[in-house]
Write a protein that binds this ligand. Structure first.
Ligand code: 1QQ
Length: 409
């Protein structure tokens, strides 16, 4: 049936393919070929694989999509600058979707199949508490780009974060709300009880409310999967609050804002970090107007790397970069700079993947970084040391179709 020439050709390509596979398996990590690259940099098989495990699908993608954009800008930016002392990096993206098991699967694929040197991810603290222990046991460094709940760096030696904890960031929103409206006395708080971040953030907000001598009039619970918030919104409104504080994620949080306004609530609203995306605009439309959200990033931060990041983001997306993109960029940046400084001490291609991962982890924790979110460093546990925080207020156009985050002084 087949001519001899075709059979010989087939055998030859099979042989070549097995050779490539065998090489990829035995190579040191910075030579290893891996699959799933975003391909943004034109990097070759020599590129150093850095994993990105965030939510590209599901409801949580409202947050995760912004992270993909930021990470890809970093890949291009640092490769244009020469990568890691001349060797390009290559992002390997694995979609975690919105749950814990998806995140564990993504981490496992990055660690064992893609052989990444480290991981930027996941999107939610809820996912981090499930998947970070997997990376920690495998001794693979993780930089959390958006995990702000209490206890994230304490998961293990290999876990650090570039996302400042809610305990530090969130109270800024309450201070600003009180400056805008000094008559606030009654505060109703609502939170998603099935989400680790939301539970952590509401604890911070509730403490801040009490410390400011305000009346915490009610605490209402919901689920991130809920779409009907009539009961909670009515209960909150019945306590006559001048301020409502919501800790949830984007879809549920946006819907809750809308339903509060539909039921006649006219007071101030603080949204937590889970509402910190323009992807809530199509959900609450004109009712998003006025929401106050604390920020760990400002597009106006004045340093060269933020200017470069901001320009790149704006030229791609025709709007100012959001916090989640800036933090994801920062996660990739920390890996690149720590890899460079490790390579300056010990050539990366002389290390086994295991050695590289563990030396890289030490290097990450030892460094100081000038990033789009400002000057940062880590404490020995991997907690970010960051000093600049901000508060933004959402301004919607009259038709409710477009809006922006306006940074308050
Ligand atoms: C967390 C968060 C999320 C709301 C960020 C996307 O801060 O889960 O910790």
């Amino acid at each position: 049936m087949f001519s001899r020439r075709i059979v010989t050709k087939l055998l030859l390509s099979l042989f070549t393919f097995s050779l490539i596979v065998a090489c990829a398996q035995t190579n040191t990590p910075d030579q290893a070929a891996s699959t799933g690259s975003s391909g943004g940099s034109g990097a070759t098989g020599n590129a150093i694989p850095i994993g990105v495990a965030v939510a590209q699908t599901s409801n949580v993608a409202l947050l995760g999509q912004e992270q993909v954009l930021g990470a890809k800008i970093a890949e291009t930016y640092f490769n244009d600058q020469g990568g890691v002392n001349g060797t390009p990096i290559r992002l390997v993206l694995q979609d975690t979707a919105g749950d814990e098991q998806g995140t564990i699967n993504a981490f496992n694929a990055l660690i064992t199949q893609d052989k990444v040197v480290g991981i930027v991810g996941p999107t939610l603290s809820q996912q981090a508490f499930a998947a970070d222990p997997v990376a920690d046991r495998a001794k693979v460094p993780v930089l959390a780009p958006s995990n702000t709940a209490k206890g994230i760096p304490q998961i293990g030696e290999y876990i650090a974060r570039v996302s400042a904890p809610v305990a530090v960031v969130a109270p800024n929103a309450l201070k600003t709300a009180l400056t805008i409206n000094p008559n606030i006395k009654n505060v109703a708080v609502l939170f998603a009880q099935n989400d680790a971040f939301s539970k952590s953030e509401t604890e911070t907000f509730q403490n801040a409310v009490k410390e400011a001598n305000l009346n915490l009039t009610t605490v209402q619970k919901f689920q991130t999967t809920d779409t009907d918030f009539q009961t909670q919104a009515t209960n909150a409104i019945n306590t006559n609050p001048e301020l409502v504080i919501i800790s949830g994620l984007a879809a549920d949080g946006g819907n809750l804002v809308k339903q509060l306004r539909d039921l006649g609530y006219q007071g101030s609203i603080i949204g937590g970090n889970g509402l910190n995306t323009s992807n809530i605009f199509p959900v609450c439309k004109k009712d998003c107007d006025g929401i106050l959200i604390a920020q760990a990033y400002s597009p106006e931060l004045d340093n060269p790397i933020n200017k470069a990041f901001r320009e790149a983001y704006k030229s791609q997306n025709q709007k100012e970069p959001p916090q989640f993109s800036a933090q994801a960029f920062t996660g990739v940046q920390v890996f690149v700079e720590a890899l460079k400084s490790l390579d300056n001490k010990t050539k990366l291609n002389t290390l086994s993947l295991e050695q590289l991962r563990s030396e890289l982890n030490k290097e990450i924790l030892a460094g100081n970084y000038e990033t789009p979110i400002g000057s940062i460093a880590f404490d020995p546990e991997g907690e970010i040391q960051q000093s600049q925080f901000y508060v933004a207020q959402i301004k919607m156009d009259a038709d409710g179709n477009n809006g922006r985050f306006e940074f308050l002084k």
